[in-house]
Design a protein around this ligand. Sequence first.
Ligand code: SF4
Ligand code: FES
Length: 201
Amino acid sequence: MSEIHLQIDGRDVVAKEGTSILEAARNAGIAIPTLCHHEKLEPYGACRICTVEVEAGGRKNLVASCVYPVEQNLVVRTRSESVDEIRKMILELLLAHAPGAPALQDLAREYGASEASFEKEPSFCILCGLCVRYCAEVKKANAIAFADQGPRREINFIPKIASKECWNFKECFPLCPTSYLQAAYFLTEGLAFPPAPAPEE
Ligand code: SF4
Ligand code: FES
């Protein structure tokens, strides 16, 4: 695999061919925010908060760094006026769906995003897919799935599988940027299957 030489935030960086810009930046100690990325999962490219500016052959573009592979002599800027502006807008849209979510609030402070910019449509799930993908790709359990399309899209636990698989796992809970996952699980548990038996003394 050949070595790719690029520049990130003015620093010369060397990365293996096929590496994403996000990975190359993180390996070089340069932080890029993410909401739908997890190192154990296939890149997903859903939230776009990892957007960076890339320049090649005199042309500038905004790309999602978690799915964009490094290129020879690429110039990457992880912060610029347009990068910060797009991250601010993404956060404002996400905050309309998940107002008060701590992971979003921290980023909102950094990028000056306001919760009041868009009309609130609280669904509390930002459809990052971390829970669905972690359950499928890492746990191989498929106890959670997306349902519906478009604005009605949501995640659902599949009670038949969740009642068998989720007692011991719940590894996905800390991955959720909004805590909606925990609420969805306990709702499913309450409605569709009885609580786990208390451990014997
Ligand atoms: S429940 Fe949480 S982890 Fe799952 S898709 Fe929604 S926001 Fe992401
Ligand atoms: S982290 Fe790259 S699109 Fe979500």
